[in-house]
Design a protein around this ligand. Structure first.
Ligand SMILES: C[S@@+](CC[C@H](N)C(=O)[O-])C[C@H]1O[C@@H](n2cnc3c(N)ncnc32)[C@H](O)[C@@H]1O
Length: 303
């Protein structure tokens, strides 16, 4: 269990904030492990586990650029504060006109600060692109979005990244999962959170049966311990791939509720699954590192 769940400055649909504790309670890390996270998204999982050595990757270049900017010191919490204060004041005055001007600017120049601005003021904190890889999420219609307290919150989230990046040896790479998984060895741990099969229809991160099979094959070929997040069932159906593509893996479950819009009657049930190639219900004692608790294995012995 991590003592406090840190929320990263980037939001994304499918963010794993609510199951960070469950994941951290069941990962399999040794002193020599490198943490591989080939679908990093917001990075909330690795950020909270804070392993000493890690490779984070994603096919979304803007997320990677943003984190690399913080790592190199090109983007600092101070720069983020000034930027959001300034652009936030214009948003308060010009409302949607300014949001769409920044969206246009981002789609031309791809500045990571514009990406942050859009990500935190768009509809529902979504990341979505059209077939030409242009960011196309509409405005969240909150002209006062970047009020002082909200800017402080984001700045603190960036500060947390500055701290954790300076304490650990992490790299961020823009590439597809195959490339990242191919680098992992038998002592390493791979956590995968791909787009949920049968549920994603976006152009930019479409995910089908062929992808799911390629992921499974790459994971088994790596020889590393791995964990895959997926959905198990919702109120309408079960994920058919758990007993086919992922047959032979161990499974842990957690119930989860999410809302579509703000209405209570739109509360939806979803059973999340964690699939592993080891018996995650038997992971032994936890250790504390970087102020977080998680399972740290002294050696890669089977138990
Ligand atoms: C469900 S999100 C990950 C969310 C993340 N675990 C979090 O909590 O923020 C899936 C991510 O996979 C990325 N992605 C989609 N297709 C990919 C591929 N072929 N290789 C690597 N990343 C991919 C998307 O850009 C997206 O960031």
């Amino acid at each position: 269990m991590v003592s406090k769940v840190y929320v990263p400055p980037i939001k994304i649909q499918g963010i794993k904030t609510k199951i960070v504790n469950m994941i951290s309670d069941h990962v399999y890390l040794t002193n020599n492990s490198v943490w591989y996270e080939p679908f990093m998204g917001s990075g909330v999982v690795g950020l909270n586990l804070a392993p000493h050595r890690a490779v984070f990757s994603d096919t979304n270049p803007y997320v990677i650029e943003f984190y690399n900017g913080i790592k190199s010191g090109q983007i600092t919490s101070g720069i983020v504060k000034e930027f959001l204060k300034c652009e936030g004041a214009i948003l308060a005055e010009k409302d949607d006109e300014h949001y769409y001007a920044i969206r246009e600017r981002f789609n031309q120049h791809h500045d990571p600060l514009d990406f942050l601005f859009l990500n935190r003021s768009c509809f529902n904190g979504m990341i979505r692109f059209n077939r030409y890889y242009k960011f196309n999420v509409p405005y969240g219609h909150k002209p006062q979005r970047f009020a002082k307290a909200y800017v402080t919150k984001i700045v603190n989230q960036v500060k947390r990244l500055e701290t954790v990046f300076s304490e650990n040896d992490w790299v961020f790479v823009c590439c597809s999962f195959e490339e990242t998984i191919a680098k992992a060895g038998t002592e390493d741990f791979i956590y995968c959170d791909p787009p949920y099969i049968g549920r994603h229809v976006d152009y930019y991160d479409s995910w089908d049966e062929d992808h799911e099979i390629a992921l499974r094959d790459a994971l088994f070929q790596s020889g590393a311990k791995f964990m895959v997040s997926t959905w198990d069932e919702n109120k309408y159906r079960k994920n058919p791939y758990i007993d086919t593509i992922w047959k032979g893996c161990y499974k842990l479950n957690k119930e989860h509720y999410y809302h579509i819009g703000g209405k209570e009657e739109n509360r939806n049930f979803m059973m999340e699954a964690l699939l592993t190639n080891y018996d995650a219900s038997k992971v032994p004692l936890r250790n504390i590192r970087n102020g977080h608790q998680f399972h740290l294995f002294e050696s890669l012995m089977e138990y």
